[in-house]
Design a protein around this ligand. Structure first.
Ligand SMILES: [Mg+2]
Length: 280
């Protein structure tokens, strides 16, 4: 019989969730991360970062078995990368049309040099270069009025794009989200799993997802166990969504991540043990 652990998959946001909001450290999540490695449970990064940024992080830390970048537009598993669009040409045409329609300069991560991205984000130059390697989404560098934003949203819509306001930037992006990308990754993990273990019965993955922001909601909604990580500077944490299995982590960032993952694994693994005893 296959170890049960193979049929669990964990999907996690990075900034403010697995990574500390200020220091980007995941040290406090180390015990749970080690446990996932021991149990061979795949961990998938799900971020608005670029694939270049995620790959670099994984080269230095080897945390993740799969990568989802640009807020769900890029899905990478075992060097096999899928882009769900839009094409860079569509992004560029929409941005040029926005520039024509409003009276302020509109630049973006795709149009400026890394030193400007570095100045805009506070990222070191090397990181800014990776942040600029975008395929399907483009943070705008502009100082818009509300009216400019409304005009830009209309134009984005005509190109079947979204204009999403993140922490710092308005980003032109496609209509896919973290939830769609998570579904796709589960399909691909299932295929890989069946190839590795041809005798195993088809089994669906039990999924755990962790996030801290509204753009994580579609991913949390897809998961069997949803974990909301409280924000570091928040007052009271209001639930991001209605979910039958929503856990609000006891602490922000990686410390809360660690406790929530360990608690849920205890629950899933103990339940399986009990049912094996009953049915075995
Ligand atoms: Mg986050």
């Amino acid at each position: 019989m296959m170890p049960q652990s193979r049929a669990i998959a964990i999907f996690t946001d990075l900034d403010g969730t697995l990574l500390d909001h200020d220091t980007y450290s995941w040290t406090d999540a180390r015990p749970a991360l080690d446990r996932l490695k021991q149990l061979s449970i795949p961990l998938i990064a799900v971020s608005s970062k670029t694939l270049a940024e995620l790959e670099y992080l994984n080269q230095t830390a080897d945390l993740f078995d799969g990568l989802i970048g640009e807020n769900g537009s890029v899905v990478a598993l075992r060097n096999d990368v899928e882009h769900f669009g839009p094409s860079p040409e569509t992004i560029d045409r929409a941005r040029q049309e926005i520039q024509t329609a409003i009276n302020i300069p509109v630049q973006s991560f795709r149009t400026v040099t890394p030193d400007i991205i570095s100045a805009q984000t506070g990222l070191p130059l090397e990181d800014a270069m990776r942040a600029g390697q975008r395929h399907c989404s483009d943070p705008l560098i502009w100082k818009p009025t509300d009216k400019d934003v409304a005009i830009a949203r209309d134009i984005a819509e005509r190109f079947s794009l979204n204009l999403i306001k993140g922490g710092r930037f308005h980003t032109l992006c496609g209509l896919s989200n973290k939830g769609h990308a998570m579904q796709r990754m589960i399909e691909r993990l299932s295929v890989t799993w069946r190839q590795d273990t041809p005798d195993a019965a088809a089994k669906r993955f039990v999924t755990i997802a962790l996030g801290d922001s509204p753009n994580d909601i579609p991913m949390l909604a897809e998961a069997d166990y949803a974990v909301q990580i409280p924000t570091k500077r928040g007052k009271r944490t209001l639930p991001l969504l209605d979910h039958p299995n929503l856990h609000i982590a006891p602490k922000p960032g990686p410390a809360g991540w660690n406790e929530a993952v360990n608690d849920i694994l205890d629950k899933i693994i103990n339940t399986n043990k009990n049912s094996e005893v009953l049915h075995g």
